[in-house]
Structures are given as C-alpha cells and as structure tokens.
Design a protein around this ligand. Structure first.
Ligand code: ATP
Ligand code: MG
Ligand code: MG
Ligand code: MG
Length: 439
C-alpha cells in the first residue's frame, strides 16, 4: 500500500475525549471513528488489525473443531419470549419494531437463535458433538460506553455454542474452547489468565473469564502470579483426547485466580504473600457451561443411543475482537505509539522513502515494495513528501514492527537502515540483506 494513496487520517493533537492510552492511540492513528455514542466505524488501518485478530480467532476455533456460520444481527422477539429472556434482559437490549409492528431486537448474544437452528435440524446424538460459531456485531445499550471500542454499544463478538448429549461430553466441549482460548490470546501476544467467573443461578465451577492484566482494566482480579509463566498448549494438541484436555484444564485451574465477584479472601490469603497478584484486568473472553438452560424451555432434544429423547447440554463461548484490539495496545505501546505484535500488525513492514523523487531512493524503495509484496508481506510504502520527522513519528505511532528507512546517502551505496519498532535498534545493511531479514 502506498501511503500517498491510502486513507489513514492521522491526528496531530491528542483527542481530549480519550481517557486511556489505547483509545487515544486508536484515534490518533486513524483506526476508528465514533459515529454515535459507543458506535464506531473501523477505518482502513483499524480494519486491517481487526481482520488479523479475527483470523487468529477463526483458525483456533476451527482447529478445535468448531464450525463457522453467520447469524443475523436482528432477531425476532418470539425466540426470546420462548426462553424467558425477553422480559428479563432489561435496558441493555435494543428493541425495535418493523413496519408491521412486529417486535425485533438487535441481538446482544445468540443462545436463543442457535438453539432454534439446532432444534430445527439435529435429531440424533449421532450428530453430536457440535459446536457452531460466528463472528458478528452485537448491540448492548451499555450504561457507560467508554474507552473507545473497549466498551462500546455496538461491538463485534465471536460467539460459539456447543451441543452435547451428556454433561460429561459438554465438559469436554468446554475444555476444547478453554484450550482454544489459551492459544488464541497467546498468538496475539497476550497473556490471558482464565479466572473463575460467576455462573449466576446455574452454579458449578464451569465458567471462566479470560482476563488480560492491565492497569486500565475495569475488573478487579486476584490471582496466583505463577499463571504468568504457564506454558501455552501447542498447536499439536489433540482436541479429541478427553483426558489430555482435562489435564490442561486442571493445570490451568490448579492455582487461585478469580474476579472480584468470585473472590474468596481466605483462599487468596492462603497463597504466600510474594505469589499473590492483586491487579486490574480486561475481560477479553468468557466461556460458560449452562446445561439445559435453553434446550429445556426451547425443546432442543436429540434421540440418544437408548432410543429416548434427551435435552441437549449446551455451552457458550464469547470473545470480543473489537475489545481485543485496544487490549493489545494497552499491553504493548510506548510514548511514541503502538507496538503491534507481528501476528496482528496492520502491515508487516513500512518502507520509508526519505527523499521521494530522488532516483536512488525511489529505486530502492520500489524494489523493496515489489519484492516484499511478491513474497506475501503486507508492506506500507511511505512515498509521501512529508518531512522526515513526520514520517518517523507516523511510523512509530502506527506501530508497524519493522521500518526500512531509505535515505539518499546510504541509498547511493545500495544500503538501507532497518529499525525494530519495539527495541528501537537500527542497523544499516544492503537492500538484499534487509529483504532476507524479512523473508
Ligand atoms: P463486561 O463484563 O465487560 O460487560 P460481559 O461479561 O457482559 O462483558 P459477555 O456477555 O461475557 O460480556 O460477552 C463475551 C465477550 O464480549 C466479553 O468477554 C468481551 O470480550 C466482549 N464484550 C462484551 N461487552 C462488550 C462491549 N460493550 N464492548 C466490547 N466488547 C464487549
Ligand atoms: Mg456486560
Ligand atoms: Mg463480564
Ligand atoms: Mg462475561
């Protein structure tokens, strides 16, 4: 992408409305724009990051055996009346009427709709286990939308729903998602700690929130500090291995970790003082086993091996991609801007032409742009005639992991400077060496 032809509206001033660093940087880098309170457009740079986040989520959902579909944002109120949640949900639900005066709602979540899909087609235990997910916009009329897309009213959610014949099978499905989540967040350069979460009236210990530690987080969390160093399950993990997945779950829940709603002071105090972590965190994911809570009122049954009808056991599993983007920034930035982990960076490399119009500079830049692009790299080419200071500031602000700086003096010798955004380390090398370093 040539910057001169791109749409990346950088803000020079610090936006006053932004209270936390991720919100400030997302606005300054031209990633998002607020259209109404808590409702955002994703501008091209932001969209690139969001797509990369979604790709990682998809890959890990698919790896675990979940299957993608797409449900609509608008839902009929009927389904929610069946489950009993239409009246219970309260003011967070945006209720709409169509021209025939039929009540609709902008879905805050999709348990009812997926249960309806399931019951319409699946009749036998032989079709189980089944886990269906989508990545779709949700709307929740939050009392306090704030911090940009961290807590917005319209936001993207990956929500998966599992269906099993028995509780035991459902726990295996839960463990699959648990492992997929550990991998998903780690691939984005985040350390998410699964914490015991409130299961409300259902009880049991089968709900976990995945929390990123961050000073600006809205949740108060308490954890054993060893979680920070636990090994992430590998890509070779066998998701069909019931005992193997249970062992990973057991390990990752063997130490204390809870949000304030579930906090047990006495249990926390029993941890040696030096191992206690009392901090703030961001909820980036939440998984839940809830048994027959929806299958029962909505009549989702399958025939079992015994020939009888059984209510299916369900779970639901959410991740917030539009919250993850700011969460990643909260975890990775400096005074100059964002520092993207390579896996979610909007571009792999930015080529900075220090003197657009200079023959040597243009020549080297073109070769880098073409060569890296052909090799499958996402390249941003700063071919503008902005001042050097502006170019450097922009490159640092948008946080692309590698900068290749092409100035007239070194270009004459066929050399470029490669800067690592994270460490700030700079190295002069030949164009070929720079290419090889990136490929
Ligand atoms: P919170 O406690 O932050 O209000 P929640 O517990 O209501 O979140 P869930 O119903 O568990 O959210 O939804 C699953 C995921 O969707 C959350 O873990 C979070 O990543 C994301 N999410 C929920 N609400 C929002 C929001 N208003 N803006 C952005 N992402 C959200
Ligand atoms: Mg909420
Ligand atoms: Mg929550
Ligand atoms: Mg939650």
């Amino acid at each position: 992408m040539r910057l001169s032809r791109y749409f990346m509206p950088i803000l020079k001033e610090n936006p006053k409305e932004a209270e936390i660093v991720s919100h400030r940087l997302m606005l300054r880098a031209g990633m998002i724009r607020q259209q109404a309170q808590g409702i955002y457009s994703w501008l091209p740079l932001g969209k690139r990051v969001l797509d990369k986040v979604n790709r990682i989520i998809r890959e890990e959902q698919d790896r675990s055996g979940a299957i993608e579909l797409l449900m609509p944002t608008l839902q009929s109120a009927d389904l929610w009346q069946e489950s009993g949640r239409y009246d219970d949900y309260g003011k967070e639900m945006l209720r709409i009427k169509d021209r025939q005066d039929r009540p609709l709602l902008y879905g805050p979540t999709n348990e009812e709709m997926i249960t309806d899909i399931f019951r319409s087609y699946v009749k036998s235990y032989k079709s189980l286990p089944l886990n269906l997910y989508h990545i779709q916009l949700k709307f929740r009329d939050e009392i306090r939308p704030r911090f940009g897309t961290m807590r917005s009213r319209e936001f993207l959610m990956k929500d998966a729903y599992s269906f099993d014949l028995t509780r035991e099978d459902a726990i295996h499905s839960y463990n699959k998602m648990f492992v997929a989540y550990l991998r998903t967040f780690a691939r984005m350069g985040l350390r998410a700690i699964p914490m015991r979460a409130d299961t409300g009236p259902i009880g049991g210990n089968h709900s976990h929130e995945f929390i990123i530690l961050a000073e600006t987080g809205e949740s108060e969390v308490f954890s054993h500090k060893d979680f920070v160093n636990f090994a992430i399950p590998s890509a070779e993990t066998n998701f069909d291995d019931v005992a193997g997945l249970q062992a990973i779950f057991d390990k990752w829940t063997s130490l204390y970790a809870a949000t304030s709603e579930m906090h047990d002071e006495a249990a926390f105090d029993a941890i040696p003082e030096g191992d206690r972590l009392s901090a703030r965190g961001i909820e980036v994911g939440h998984i839940f086993y809830f048994g027959t809570k929806y299958s029962e009122p909505m009549g989702a049954r399958v025939q079992g091996p015994d020939g009888k009808e059984h209510l299916v056991h369900m779970g639901s599993y959410g991740i917030g991609p539009t919250r993850l983007v700011p969460a990643i920034i909260e975890a990775s930035h400096d005074e100059n801007g964002i520092i993207w982990p390579a896996s979610v960076a909007p571009f792999d490399v930015v080529v900075i032409n220090m003197k657009a119009g200079d023959e040597a500079c243009d020549g080297l830049c073109d070769r880098l742009y073409d060569g890296l692009g052909k090799a499958g790299k996402d390249v941003l080419y700063d071919d503008t005639d902005d001042r050097a200071g502006t170019k450097f500031a922009t490159a640092d602000l948008i946080g692309v992991p590698v900068q290749i700086i092409v100035g007239p003096r070194s270009a004459a010798n066929g050399e470029v400077e490669v800067k690592d955004r994270k460490t700030g380390a700079r190295e002069v090398m030949t164009l070929e060496a720079a290419m090889n370093k990136l490929l």
